[in-house]
Design a protein around this ligand. Structure first.
Ligand SMILES: Nc1ncnc2c1ncn2[C@@H]1O[C@H](COP(=O)(O)OP(=O)(O)O)[C@@H](O)[C@H]1O
Ligand SMILES: [Mg+2]
Length: 306
């Protein structure tokens, strides 16, 4: 195991406003709203990346002393507690840890769905706190694709229309969109299901549609929150293979998983506990998972189930 990295240097001290977060809308609802709100934007032509890029040193995500507090009428939860994290361009990073430890909160903040209570978040060299709400929406829609445990497809839309959704924001012509949707569906092996409705597909196929939707706009970053959680082993492995393929094309991926096997396919596993990063471990596919970590994970998972 490698030595734990030291905290990243603080480039500039900037603390987000400390005002309390009143939760009127759940983060999950906010993600859905952000995905499907009817905002059109002028955009540049984007293509699905086909070149093989290696991991670059430049961090696409940098979190410095980041904290997130949820306050309700009854209690206060420190969902993220002093998180320091660098994720480089092209890295595939898995996040593991027991239920309630802050994994989804981390993804929501990295996905610009929520803003932290304090600390810094730098995305691709830009400090997020300094951006307006509209600028953040624009940054998110151009750069980040989401995959969820429960697919989050719109039942009334066809497969192709679901995949087309992120492109609506980018102001592309109908012809360009059609071509990109076809490419994305071919990428996940569903080119012959374009006219189907999500309900006419298996769970595994629905998640493939969600993968196609996440990549169709050629995002820099894909956030996947337990993408294999509702799938059987075979379909789960297929989704992991697709994520590995996207990584090989240079996309940065941050994935929450409960599966040590799926975590092992990432370049690195971040283990969280009680809102903190507990350990950072290199777990490359070719070296396999560190068995000591496996044992620890199993202990924690068992503890969680009891
Ligand atoms: N909208 C919310 N309001 C209040 N507390 C929340 C909210 N979302 C998450 N929490 C709390 O924050 C902690 C972290 O939650 P979450 O990030 O969803 O954990 P995980 O994804 O690891 O299961 C939990 O204690 C959870 O109950
Ligand atoms: Mg979660």
């Amino acid at each position: 195991m490698k030595d734990l990295p030291t905290s990243p240097p603080v480039i500039e001290q900037h603390i987000f406003s400390q005002k309390t977060q009143q939760i009127a809308i759940s983060p999950h609802q906010k993600i859905l709203n952000s995905l499907f709100s009817n905002t059109f934007m002028v955009g540049t032509s984007l293509a699905i990346a086909l070149d093989n890029k290696s991991i670059e040193e430049h961090p696409v995500i940098k979190l410095v002393n980041l904290c997130m507090v949820y306050r309700t009428a009854y209690m206060e939860t420190m969902a993220l507690d002093d998180i320091n994290l660098h994720i480089r361009k092209g890295e595939f990073v898995a996040v593991m840890g027991p239920s309630g430890c802050g994994k989804s909160t981390l993804l929501n903040i990295v996905g610009m769905i929520d803003t932290p209570a304090s600390g810094e978040y730098w995305f691709d060299g830009q400090e997020i706190a300094k951006r307006s709400e509209n600028a953040l929406v624009d940054l998110r829609k151009r750069n980040i694709g989401f995959i969820f445990q429960n697919f989050n497809l719109i039942d009334d839309l066809s497969v192709a229309e679901n995949v087309d959704l992120p492109l609506l924001y980018l102001g592309l012509s109908r012809g360009e969109r059609k071509q990109k949707v076809a490419e994305a569906l071919a990428l996940v092996g569903l080119e012959n299901r374009a006219r189907h409705k999500p309900q006419e597909l298996s769970g595994g196929q629905q998640q493939r549609v969600a993968v196609a939707r996440s990549v169709v706009g050629n995002p820099k970053l894909i956030l996947a929150d337990e993408p294999t959680g509702n799938l059987d082993t075979k379909n789960g492995d297929d989704v992991m293979q697709m994520l590995a393929m996207l990584k090989s094309r240079g996309t940065t991926i941050l994935m929450v998983t409960h599966s040590p096997e799926h975590g092992a396919r990432a370049d690195r596993i971040i283990y969280m506990l009680d809102g903190r990063i507990d350990a950072r471990i290199d777990a490359r596919v070719d070296t396999g998972v560190d068995t000591r970590i496996d044992a620890r994970l199993e202990g924690r998972m068992l503890g969680e189930a009891q």
